[in-house]
Every structure is written in C-alpha cells, then in structure tokens.
Ligand binder design. Structure first.
Ligand code: ASP
Length: 279
C-alpha cells in the first residue's frame, strides 16, 4: 500500500482544493506502480514525493513557499524500517530535495546535512541543481499562507516499510529555520514491525511533540492506526500548533488525522483500490 499527503492547512478563500487531491492521487499512482512491479517501499515513497516536489501546486521542491527574504529553502527526510535515515535542511536550488536526502542516507555515515555542505555533497553526487530563482513560482510569490508539506508512507510486498517527507517550510520563515520535516522522529519516522509516519503542519509544534516517533511507538504496541493518528494530532495544540499525520502499521493498515480544515491525501491499497480526499 501507499499513502500520500499534500499537506495539512486551512482552506485558502477562493481556492479549489480538488487539484491538490488530484496531485496526491497522481503521486500515489507513481508510488503504487513501483510497488506493483515488485519495487521497494523506499523506491515507492521517493517516486511519490518526487512527483509532488515537481508539481508546483505543492509546498515542496518547485512551488515551495518563500522565506522572509523571498527565497525557497527546502527540507526533506526519508527513513526505512531498518532505521536507515537521511535528511537535508535549508537547501537552495536542489530540484528534488528528497533525492538528496536519500543520498545522505545511502552514501554518507550521517543523517542530516544542511545548507552549503549539503549543496557541496549534492554537486559531488551529480544531483540536479537549478537556479534557486527557478523554483520560485508566481503562486508562491503572491501567497502568504502555507499550503503544506508533502509526504508518503508505504509497505511493499515483502512487508518492508518506508516514509518520506519534503517541504518548503512555513511561509515567511526566518532564513535558516529548520522545521520538523528534516528531523527524524518529528516529520518522518519508520520502524520495522511497528509502522511508518509522515507529518505536516506547524513544524515547531511537531518538533516539540516528536510526533512521528510518538505515533510509531504506539503502533509498535499494536494500537489501531486511525486511533493512533487521532491521538497524535491531539498533541499539537498544547505544543502551540495544528497539523496532520499519515501512518501505515506493520500489517499495512492506514491511519490519518488532522486538526486543520483540510489535508489533501490519496491512498492506494495492495489491490489497487484508490481513496482520496481533503476533508
Ligand atoms: N511542517 C512544515 C514545516 O513546519 C510545514 C507544513 O507542513 O505545512 O516546515
């Protein structure tokens, strides 16, 4: 199964949320195609998140919200059930930050690279770098509200789990600000035998709640994924924020919850049955 989100947030007046749902469904299909060909959960979540990073509707990769200086600075992380993890923070001009996060996981002995060091590593690895200005869209320039991060969780045929999350962060953030997305246990967490989770919302509240680690720990105890997701987002208001989470447990059961007005999402089960929505 694969489950994708396109961010939790409030409805922007006059904005139709359905294109976000279609974008999530296309990304979920990209991930499901990997899984049905026998590919890994890791390859599936990367394929789904790359599709969302390349879709300018979403706040990740191209189309990311702008910081106070008017620049795009991206965060991303990926993790497998075997506790392999990689992340990048505050990177500029990286077309697909999630691919760079995967390379940090696979090619270094580190978990998180940020800013100029991450770019140097990207150059060494031959990752696609673009003019940072080309990732700034008119839509992002004209909007102040954050439309939300993107993420995916998957379970493959062999029962392996993975999660990936990518974002431009929150609108008008201070340059250099890292949110929850590049932090393992906050925006992304996976543990074999328990589950995988990807979060979205006010990053500072998600960090203080160590939200995805909290949720996956409960899945390890056998709790229902829907109930776990609901209990997880209930942590956020006392940490000063709102948001959403998607989950899959070790048996492949999905869960999601949000305490914003909407969270665009799409789910495809192992039989190919699709389910998508925003409210
Ligand atoms: N969680 C992201 C961050 O704080 C933003 C979002 O999900 O809307 O960077």
């Amino acid at each position: 199964m694969i489950f994708v989100h396109g961010g939790a947030g409030d409805l922007v007046p006059g904005e139709d949320p359905r294109p976000h749902v279609s974008g999530c469904l296309s990304a979920a299909r990209a991930g499901a195609a990997v899984l049905s060909a026998g590919g890994s959960a890791l390859d599936a979540v990367i394929a789904a998140v790359v599709a969302l990073e390349d879709d300018p509707l979403f706040n990740a990769g191209t189309g990311s919200v702008l910081n106070l200086d008017g620049d795009v600075e991206c965060d991303a992380s990926v993790m497998t059930g075997e506790l392999q993890a990689g992340a990048v923070g505050a990177v500029r001009g990286v077309k697909n930050p999630i691919r760079l996060a995967r390379l940090v996981m696979e090619k270094t002995r580190h978990v998180l690279l940020v800013a100029d060091g991450a770019l140097r590593f990207a150059r060494e690895q031959g990752v696609a770098l673009v003019d940072p200005a080309s990732m700034v869209t008119d839509r992002a320039r004209s909007r102040w509200a954050s439309p939300g991060t993107v993420g995916a969780v998957a379970r493959d045929r062999r029962g392996h789990l993975a999660a990936a999350t990518s974002t431009g962060g929150t609108s008008r953030k201070l340059p250099g600000r890292l949110g929850d997305t590049p932090l393992i246990g906050c925006g992304t967490y996976t543990h074999a035998g328990a589950g995988a989770a990807s979060a979205t919302g006010i990053g500072e509240a998600i960090i203080k709640s160590t939200l995805t680690r909290w949720a996956v720990d409960r899945l390890a105890g056998g709790q229902d994924p829907m109930e776990t997701a609901r209990a997880a987002v209930e942590q956020l208001p006392r940490a000063g924020g709102t948001g959403g989470i998607i989950l899959v447990d070790a048996a492949g059961r999905p869960g999601f919850a949000f305490n914003t007005q909407r969270m665009s999402r799409a789910y495809i089960d192992p039989q190919g049955v699709e389910n998508a929505g925003f409210d």
